[in-house]
Design a binder for this molecule. Structure first.
Ligand SMILES: Nc1ncnc2c1ncn2[C@@H]1O[C@H](COP(=O)(O)OP(=O)(O)OP(=O)(O)O)[C@@H](O)[C@H]1O
Length: 663
């Protein structure tokens, strides 16, 4: 077995089994529930040595693929965020999911997930329904005694459906991400959705804010939150970043760091957790020109898309087309968004995502924030279904505008115009002499509020002033309504010659959940050898594999030791992560142990190695081997791992080797 096709077929020969994967992940300590000694806390995980190395390699690839290759400006901002910032961004009021409580048992469900799971399970019939409901996502259930739970699950009635109802269910499921709390409540009543374990009635959905609240400092006065995303830090540093970039746009900032969300019902391992690593990009672009200078490089990449219209029709069959055509037809809003979708795809493939299990799904209109121009998720297919792993949204000028309005600080780009232009617009001027005595310490806040009004708002205030002789408004943080007459301000349309164009950039935001991506790659990489289904393999691409090389001396004989030491020294010097396995067990067993860890290469040292310093290199997936000098073998490993050179090319000058029985 050596061709890519043969290996692909071998990988599919034994059906994927999540339990086998989980057993490997647990046994080899990729990751494990945090605080296990104390019974664990849902949604919190610790990574072990291979998990840490794998994550570090994924992040390193991300950094090179985006920050380095796209010349982005990286920032590392604090996780503790004051209340005011997240109030302004909309998170305090809107960053919530819908939960519903069982008043009898106290169990809490996430409403959209409950509706989804119940309808899916009804659709899938008896057997599968039981399987799915075992995973029903409630905190209380996660902690319930297993015996009791089994009993409850057995009591679930299987609903037989007629065709019309099944169609309705399918339509609801296709739109499940976009329902409001009220709509979810209506669906629960209409389809009689109850607590799946007890059949008890549930309360109507209520909004639950997902942010972890805290107090900053000993007084307890400064309310804050653990950040739910890294984006806000990037927006707040916009002016500094723009200056660092010599005032030029477009440019992108990037940030990698932990985010926190108090998920109602964490489940599915790393896919929905309460603390996770995010990697986010904020690309600041001229709203009037969203063309991307490197669009030509990616326009011919063909991807699977699930646009809004297809979902609306209740279908999940993707359209396959090129990025170029998708942008030209208007399916993707603009070139920059299209460019990032392609770059996300290239990154995911690089780290080992199976291309056949990747699609880009467009958000439905009611799923997107009102200010967003367009939004696509990179979804990866796992045994838990299609999972959003990367969001890619055009957030328009929303974030910079709201922070600017709130703080009175301009967050804009100034561009020198080649030919000056005449511009007529509303201008407001405040009478500072009267403002000071009237508002005292609040004067700057009120002034900032007025000078930050946009043209539409100024026009409406001018109308109000003309008709009533005063304007009234409220300023956040100041009690009561403020009333001002024309002694305090002038509001006029003025024509000026402008030499500089000032605009608030729009933001295109690709947002990666590293844990979700890692779990999906684990599933996509996992397979069992067809000849022995107990022999699991993790087919990590060499660049992200936790360890690159396993050094295996044929036996414990002392004669082999010097060459093992020489090889180790050489690998260390070249900074190639490796492990030596000189345990007494057979070479086949030693390789099998490391196939589970995804180690792509094995180097066997035998008695011929002592004579002529030649060694054997084994490739994990195909188990094919070649023989060559110590230096040539290390060179081939390096080329494949770090330069992406295919095996056949990197080993073309080495001698094919047929082992007696190493596997
Ligand atoms: N609870 C979580 N656990 C792990 N990763 C997460 C979690 N929530 C979000 N992410 C990751 O962060 C990325 C960006 O977050 P975003 O706010 O777009 O997610 P979201 O739309 O809230 O996700 P979902 O709808 O699944 O809750 C997601 O694509 C995902 O990879």
């Amino acid at each position: 077995m050596s061709s890519v096709k043969e290996i692909k077929e071998a990988k599919k020969a034994v059906a994927f089994n999540r339990e086998s994967l989980e057993s490997v992940l647990k046994r080899r300590f990729f990751y494990a529930p945090a605080f296990e000694l104390y019974g664990g806390v849902s949604g919190l995980y610790d990574y072990g040595p291979p998990g840490c190395a794998f994550q570090a390699n994924v992040v390193d690839t991300w950094r090179k693929h985006f920050i380095l290759e796209e010349d982005m400006l990286e920032v590392d901002c604090t996780m503790l965020t004051p209340y005011e910032v997240l109030k302004t961004s909309g998170h305090v009021d809107k960053f919530s999911d819908w939960m519903c409580k069982d008043p009898k048992t106290g169990e809490i469900f996430r409403a959209d997930h409950l509706v989804e799971e119940v309808l899916e399970s009804r659709l899938k019939g008896d057997q599968e329904a039981r399987g799915l409901l075992k995973n029903a996502n409630s905190e209380a259930e996660a902690n319930a005694e297993k015996k009791k739970r089994k009993k409850k699950v057995k009591e679930i009635k299987v609903v037989k459906l007629d065709e019309k109802v099944a169609k309705e269910y399918e339509e609801v499921l296709a739109k499940i991400d976009g329902y409001s709390g009220q709509e979810l409540g209506e669906l629960m009543v209409k389809y009689d959705i109850r607590n799946p374990a007890t059949n008890g009635e549930l309360e109507a959905p209520r909004a639950f804010n997902l942010m972890f609240e805290t107090a900053i400092g000993p007084s307890g006065q400064l309310k804050g939150y653990l950040r739910p995303e890294t984006a806000q830090g990037q927006f707040l540093n916009f002016n500094k970043l723009l200056e660092f970039n010599n005032g030029k746009t477009p440019f992108a900032s990037a940030s990698i760091g932990k985010s926190f969300r108090n998920e109602i019902s964490p489940r599915s391992g790393l896919l929905r957790v309460r603390e996770f690593l995010m990697a986010e990009i904020e690309h600041f672009v001229d709203p009037e020109n969203k063309a991307h200078p490197r669009f030509d490089e990616i326009k011919n990449i063909s991807l699977k898309f699930l646009p809004r219209e297809v979902q609306q029709s209740g279908s999940t069959v993707p359209i396959e087309t090129t990025i170029g055509k998708a942008v030209a037809s208007g399916m993707i809003d603009n070139q920059t968004l299209g460019y990032f979708i392609a770059r996300i795809y290239l990154f995911l493939i690089k780290i080992g995502v199976d291309e056949d299990r990747l699609r880009f799904r467009q958000h439905m209109a009611n799923e997107m924030a009102h200010y967003a121009a367009d939004c696509w998720d990179a979804e990866l297919q796992t045994s838990y279904g299609w999972i959003e792993c990367v969001g890619c949204a055009d957030r328009s000028a929303y974030d910079l505008s709201v922070h600017s309005k709130k703080t009175g600080e301009k967050l804009v780009v100034r561009q020198k115009l080649e030919t000056p232009i005449e511009v007529t617009k509303w201008e407001i001027e405040v009478n500072k002499k009267l403002f000071g005595p009237k508002f005292r310490k609040d004067a700057p806040k009120v002034e900032a509020y007025l000078t930050n009004l946009d043209q539409q708002e100024l026009a409406s205030k001018a109308k109000e002033l003309k008709e009533t002789g005063k304007i009234t408004f409220k300023v956040a943080g100041i009690d009561g309504e403020i009333e001002l007459d024309d002694k305090f301000l002038t509001l006029e349309r003025k024509t000026r010659t402008e030499h500089v164009r000032e605009f608030t950039p729009n933001v295109i935001e690709p947002s990666f959940g590293i844990g979700r991506i890692i779990y999906s790659v684990l599933e996509h990489s996992f397979w069992c050898r067809p000849e022995d289904s107990a022999r699991a393999v993790m087919s990590f691409t060499p660049a992200v594999a936790p360890t690159k090389v396993l050094l295996v001396p044929l036996s414990n004989n002392k004669e082999l030791q010097p060459i093992v030491s020489k090889m180790s020294k050489s690998l260390r010097k070249q900074q190639i992560p490796f492990k030596v396995d000189d345990s007494g067990v057979s070479i086949g067993k030693r390789y099998a142990r490391n196939d589970e860890l995804g180690t792509p290469f094995g180097i066997t040292i035998d008695f011929d190695s002592v004579k002529d310093e030649s060694v054997t290199l084994r490739e994990r997936d195909s188990t094919r081997q070649v023989r060559g000098s110590l230096d040539d073998i290390i060179k081939a490993v390096k080329e494949i791992t770090y330069d992406g050179i295919p095996w056949d090319e990197a080993t073309k000058n080495l001698t094919p080797f047929v082992s007696q029985s190493t596997d």
